[in-house]
Design a protein around this ligand. Structure first.
Ligand SMILES: *Cc1c(COP(=O)(O)O)cnc(C)c1O
Length: 417
C-alpha cells in the first residue's frame, strides 16, 4: 500500500490520491473483454477530468466521452485524438455544437429533435457533414439510484424509438448530417446486466431496420454505467456481459463503443483526510475531519456509501460514528454509522473508492479551497493538481467599488487579512 502518511505530510490533507497503475489495470481488463472484436473505449471524462489522468488513459489508447465542449477541449489537450472523441448531453449550446463540428470529433450523440435540427443548421452554415448518433431511450429501468437512472421515458435523456426512427430517416436524407452511430446509456452504478442486455436487444432491432434502409451506421454505443464495489456491492461479470453484447452486435457488423467512467477510475482513487476532533452529542459519536461534502458530495446527494478506514488505528476496538465535515449543513457527512477506532486530532482516515465523481463534483461551498490531487505510478507520487489558494478562489470576482474610497488592489491585494 502507498505510504499515505508520507503523502499527507508532503501534500497535506484533504488529498485525492489516484493509483494510475490501477487505472491501467481496469482499462486493460475491459479492453481484453473485447478481444477479437472491433471496439472503442471512450472514457467518460465527467467521472474525473484531471488532465494528467486523461493523458494516462490516452496513452493506453482510450477515447473520450464528453458532456460539454470544455470536456472536449480537455480531451484534446490531454492527447486524445479527435477521431476518438464523442460528445453527449441533453443541453449542448449552439456555440458548443459549432465548436465540436469545427474540432471534427468522431460524432455527436444527439438527444432531441430540436438538437438534431440545430446540428443540421450549424453544419450547413459551416459547409460540413456532421457525424451524429442518436441517444435512444430504451425505456428500461436500470434499477439504480433514481438520480443516476437515465433510461426511462420519465428521465430527460434520449429519444424514444419511433421518434428516433423518424429522425434517423431525416438525417439520412440530409446533406449535412451523417448518421454513423446509435447510442444508449441507461444509468450509472448498474449492478445487474439484465437491463443493459434488454436495452441492447431493443436498440439492435432499431439498428437492424436502419441498416436495411441503407443508413451508414458504424458504431453501436452501449454507454457506460458499470457498477463497482464501494462496500458490499457485487458487480456483474463484465466479461460475460461483453461477450453477450458482441453476440448481439456481431450480425450487424458494427463497432462497439462503450463509455465507462466510474469503472475505470472509481476504485483507483482515495480521499485522504485528517481527523480534527471527536465529539459526543449525548451518546452519538462524531468524527470531524478536514474533508467535507464540498470535496466528496456522493454520500450527501446519493446516500452513497464509501468505506472509511483509519490509517494507523491505535486500538483494535471500534465503535459506531458519523464521519462529518466542517460545512454548515447536516447533510455534510462522508459516512454514517461506520465503525472506527478512537481517533485523535491528526489521525489519518482513508475514504475509499473516491476516484470517480469526487473531485469532479467538488465545489467551493463555505469558501473551502479544493484539495490537491496526486498520481501514483509504480509507487512514485506526482502532484497533478496543486491545492487551491485563497487568491485563486477570489480571482474571478469583480469588486463593486465605492469610487471615492476604494481601490481594487487595496482590498484584493491586502496581505493583512
Ligand atoms: C455519465 C455518463 C457515462 C459514464 O457513466 P459511469 O457510470 O461513470 O460509467 C457514460 N455515458 C454518458 C452519456 C454519461 O452521461
Amino acid at each position: 500500500m502507498a505510504n499515505y502518511a508520507q503523502l499527507a505530510q508532503k501534500y497535506h490533507t484533504p488529498l485525492f490520491v489516484y493509483n494510475f497503475d490501477a487505472i491501467t489495470q481496469s482499462y486493460t481488463t475491459l479492453k481484453e473483454c473485447f478481444e477479437g472484436y472491433k471496439s472503442l473505449i471512450c472514457y467518460a471524462l465527467k467521472a474525473n477530468s484531471n488532465l494528467s489522468l486523461i493523458r494516462h488513459l490516452a496513452n493506453l489508447g482510450s477515447g473520450a466521452d464528453c458532456v460539454s465542449f470544455h470536456e472536449v477541449r480537455r480531451a484534446l489537450l490531454s492527447g486524445i485524438p479527435k477521431y476518438k472523441i464523442i460528445f453527449s448531453g441533453v443541453g449542448k449550446t449552439l456555440h458548443e455544437i459549432e465548436s465540436a463540428l469545427k474540432a471534427d470529433i468522431l460524432f455527436l450523440n444527439v438527444e432531441s429533435e430540436s438538437e438534431l435540427f440545430l446540428v443540421e443548421a450549424v453544419a450547413k452554415d459551416l459547409g460540413v457533414e456532421a457525424r451524429i448518433s442518436l441517444r435512444v431511450n430504451p425505456n428500461v429501468d436500470a434499477k439504480t439510484h433514481p438520480y443516476i437512472s437515465t433510461g426511462l421515458s420519465s428521465n430527460k435523456f434520449g429519444i424514444n424509438h419511433e421518434e428516433a426512427f423518424k429522425l434517423y430517416l431525416h438525417a439520412h436524407k440530409s446533406p449535412n448530417l451523417l448518421p454513423v452511430g446509435i447510442h444508449f446509456h441507461i444509468g450509472s452504478q448498474i449492478l445487474d446486466s439484465a437491463p443493459l442486455i434488454e436495452s441492447a436487444l431493443k436498440i439492435k432491432e432499431l439498428a437492424r431496420g436502419l441498416l436495411a434502409l441503407g443508413l451508414p451506421l458504424k458504431f453501436f454505443d452501449i454507454g457506460g454505467g458499470y457498477g463497482i464495489t464501494y462496500t458490499d456491492e457485487v458487480p456483474f461479470n463484465l466479461q460475460e456481459y461483453i461477450k453477450n453484447i458482441i453476440n448481439i452486435v456481431k450480425p450487424l457488423d458494427l463497432s462497439i463503443l462503450t463509455e465507462p467512467g466510474r469503472f475505470l477510475v472509481g476504485n483507483a482513487g482515495i480521499l485522504l483526510t485528517s481527523v480534527l476532533y471527536e465529539k459526543l452529542n449525548g451518546t452519538k459519536r462524531f468524527v470531524i475531519v478536514d474533508a467535507a461534502m464540498n470535496d466528496l458530495i456522493r454520500p450527501s446527494i446519493y446516500k452513497a456509501k464509501h468505506e472509511i478506514v483509519a490509517l494507523n488505528p491505535k486500538s483494535k476496538e471500534v465503535s459506531k460514528c458519523d464521519v462529518v465535515g466542517a460545512i454548515c449543513e447536516s447533510g455534510d457527512y462522508l459516512a454514517k454509522d461506520v465503525n472506527l477506532p478512537d481517533c485523535e486530532s491528526g489521525d489519518l482516515l482513508i475514504v475509499k473508492s473516491a476516484g470517480a465523481y469526487g473531485y469532479s463534483m467538488s465545489s467551493n461551498y463555505n469558501s473551502r479551497l479544493r484539495p490537491a490531487e496526486v498520481a501514483l505510478t509504480n509507487g512514485k507520487d506526482t502532484l497533478i493538481r496543486h491545492r487551491e489558494s485563497f487568491e485563486e478562489l477570489i480571482e474571478d470576482e469583480l469588486l463593486l467599488l465605492d469610487e471615492n474610497t476604494d481601490k481594487v488592489d487595496d482590498i484584493k491585494g491586502s496581505k493583512d487579512v
